[in-house]
Design a protein around this ligand. Structure first.
Ligand SMILES: Cc1cc2nc3c(=O)[nH]c(=O)nc-3n(C[C@H](O)[C@H](O)[C@H](O)COP(=O)(O)OP(=O)(O)OC[C@H]3O[C@@H](n4cnc5c(N)ncnc54)[C@H](O)[C@@H]3O)c2cc1C
Length: 417
C-alpha cells in the first residue's frame, strides 16, 4: 500500500518530468511552480502551495531534487514575511503581497535591528507618525540583509513613545522604492556586502500596510523571529536568498552560476553547509588519522541529534500553529554545529585551509561558508539571548534584574545609550 507521501512524490515527479525545462526564463519557471502549488507545497492553495503536511511536502521537494529542477524563490520574503502575513495579514494584504513573494517578483528585507537596538530590540527608536491615511517614518535600521535588492521591507517602528517599550511598537509593510528610503551597503569580513544600513527620512507607509493591530508590533515581530529561528521553516529554500535575480535570464544559465556567486551567508541559508562539509571530508581528509576520525565522529553524532531535534520540534508544531520559544534550542544547536563543521572542515584541509577564493579547495566554497560561521551565533538573536529566552520562557526562571521595572516605564523615560 502506498502512503500519502509516496502518492505526492509520484504526482510531483510526473509534474516535474512534464514541466521542468532549463530553457524557460526564471520568471516563467517560478510562475509555473507557484501556479501548480509545487513552489511551497505546505503553504495554502492559491499561494504557491497545496496545503500538504510536512512529510508529504518533503516528498514533493525530494521529487524536485530528483528531477534536477531549479528551486523556488528564497529569502526574507519566503521564510519570514510569508508565514507572518499568513498569520496576521488581512485577506486583502495576503492577496496583494503573497503572489509577488511566491513567484519571486517582490524580494523583501527585514528592518528590525537598529544601531542602539539589537538584542534589546524593544528599545527601537525609529518613529512612525500618523498623517491621514499614511504613516511618516523617520530613523535608521542596520544589518538589513538583502535590503539593496528589496522591493518591500517588514518594518517595526515606534508609534507611541509614551507607552512601555514593548507596547508602543507597530509592524508595517514598507515600499523600499520611494524617495525617503536610502540603502547603504556594509562590507563584511567575508568581503561580501549582504548587509545594509537603511535610513528613513519622511518615508511613507499606507495605513493599509499596517500588519496587526496598532501597538501590537512586538507580538507580530516575535512571530517573525520564531520563524527565523526555526530550521524546519517551509519557506527556506535552496536558491540564493539575497542576490539580485535577473528574472528574464534562462533558468538553466541562472542555476549554473548560483553556487559560485553566493556569499557565505547565502550558502548557509541554501542548506549547503552539510554538503560542502561532506565534500571537504570526502575529497580532502585523511580519514586514517585517528584524531581526525575522533573529531569527525563527534561531529556526525552532533549533526544527527540536531536533525532529530529539528524533526521532533517540527512534529510538535501543530498544523497551522506557530513555532514557540523552544526553537531557541534549535537555533543554538545550529550555531554550534556551524562552528564545529568549520573547525573540523578547515582541520581536514590542513595547510590548504589557509587559502582563499579560487586558490582554496572546492573553488573556495567551504572557505566562504567558514568565514560566515561566526554570524550564525548572532543573526536572528545572539546565542546569549537564546539562552535568556530558554531560561525565562521555557524553564520559567526569573527575568534579568531590573527588567520588570523597565518593562513598565514609558519608552520616552528610559535611559538610552
Ligand atoms: C548574518 C546576520 C544577518 C542579519 N540580518 C538582519 C536583518 O536582515 N534584519 C535585521 O533587522 N537584523 C539583522 N541582523 C541583526 C541581528 O538581529 C543582530 O545583530 C542581533 O540581534 C544582535 O544585536 P546587535 O548586533 O545589536 O548586538 P548587541 O545587542 O549590541 O549585543 C552585543 C553582545 O552583547 C550580548 N548581549 C546583549 N544583551 C544581552 C543580554 N540581555 N544578556 C546576555 N548577553 C547580551 C549579545 O549576545 C552580544 O554578544 C543580522 C545579523 C547577522 C549576524
Amino acid at each position: 500500500m502506498t502512503t500519502p507521501a509516496e502518492e505526492v512524490h509520484t504526482e510531483a515527479a510526473a509534474w516535474f518530468a512534464a514541466n521542468w525545462s532549463a530553457d524557460l526564463t526564471v520568471r516563467e519557471w517560478w510562475r509555473l511552480l507557484a501556479d501548480a502549488g509545487w513552489a511551497f507545497p505546505s503553504w495554502p492553495e492559491g499561494f504557491g502551495g497545496r496545503a500538504l503536511g510536512k512529510e508529504a511536502a518533503r516528498a514533493a521537494v525530494r521529487a524536485r531534487h530528483e528531477a534536477g529542477a531549479f528551486g523556488p524563490p528564497n529569502g526574507v520574503a519566503t521564510f519570514l514575511v510569508a508565514p507572518t502575513l499568513m498569520h496576521y495579514g488581512t485577506a486583502e494584504q495576503q492577496s496583494r503581497h503573497l503572489p509577488g513573494i511566491v513567484d519571486g517578483t517582490a524580494p523583501w528585507c527585514q528592518l528590525f535591528s537598529e544601531p542602539g537596538a539589537g538584542s534589546d530590540m524593544a528599545g527601537l527608536a525609529t518613529r512612525a507618525q500618523r498623517d491621514g491615511d499614511e504613516w511618516v517614518v523617520n530613523g535608521q535600521k542596520v544589518w538589513s540583509s538583502g535590503a539593496q535588492n528589496a522591493a518591500w521591507g517588514i518594518l517595526i517602528a515606534r508609534t507611541d513613545p509614551d507607552q512601555p517599550k514593548h507596547r508602543g511598537i507597530t509592524y508595517f509593510l514598507i515600499d523600499m522604492h520611494q524617495p525617503g528610503v536610502e540603502v547603504r551597503p556594509l562590507r563584511e569580513m567575508t568581503g561580501d556586502a549582504a548587509f545594509n544600513e537603511v535610513f528613513f527620512t519622511d518615508a511613507r507607509v499606507a495605513e493599509a500596510d499596517r500588519l496587526g493591530e496598532l501597538g501590537e508590533g512586538w507580538r507580530v515581530a516575535m512571530t517573525t523571529l520564531s520563524h527565523e529561528r526555526d530550521p524546519d521553516n517551509a519557506g527556506l529554500g535552496d536558491t540564493p536568498p539575497f542576490a539580485a535575480v535577473d528574472l528574464d535570464q534562462r533558468v538553466g544559465d541562472h542555476a549554473a552560476t548560483v553556487m559560485h556567486t553566493a556569499d557565505g551567508f547565502s550558502l548557509a541559508m541554501m542548506g549547503q553547509a552539510g554538503p560542502l562539509f561532506d565534500r571537504v571530508v570526502n575529497e580532502h581528509a585523511d580519514t586514517t588519522d585517528p584524531v581526525f576520525r575522533q573529531e569527525l565522529m563527534k561531529l556526525v553524532s552532533t549533526r544527527r541529534t540536531t536533525q532529530l531535534s529539528a524533526r521532533r520540534a517540527a512534529a510538535s508544531v501543530k498544523a497551522g500553529g506557530q513555532p514557540g520559544p523552544e526553537v531557541s534550542t534549535l537555533k543554538l544547536q545550529g550555531s554550534s554545529l556551524n562552528r564545529a563543521m568549520r573547525e573540523v572542515g578547515l582541520g581536514a584541509l590542513g595547510a590548504a585551509g589557509m587559502l582563499e577564493h579560487d586558490d582554496a579547495p572546492i573553488d573556495g566554497l567551504f572557505h566562504r561558508y567558514a568565514l560566515f560561521t561566526p554570524a550564525s551565533s548572532i543573526a536572528g538573536g545572539s546565542d546569549e539571548v537564546q539562552h535568556n529566552i530558554i531560561g525565562e520562557r521555557v524553564l520559567g526562571l526569573p527575568r534579568e534584574p531590573g527588567e520588570a521595572e523597565q518593562r513598565e516605564l514609558p519608552w520616552s523615560e528610559l535611559p538610552r545609550s
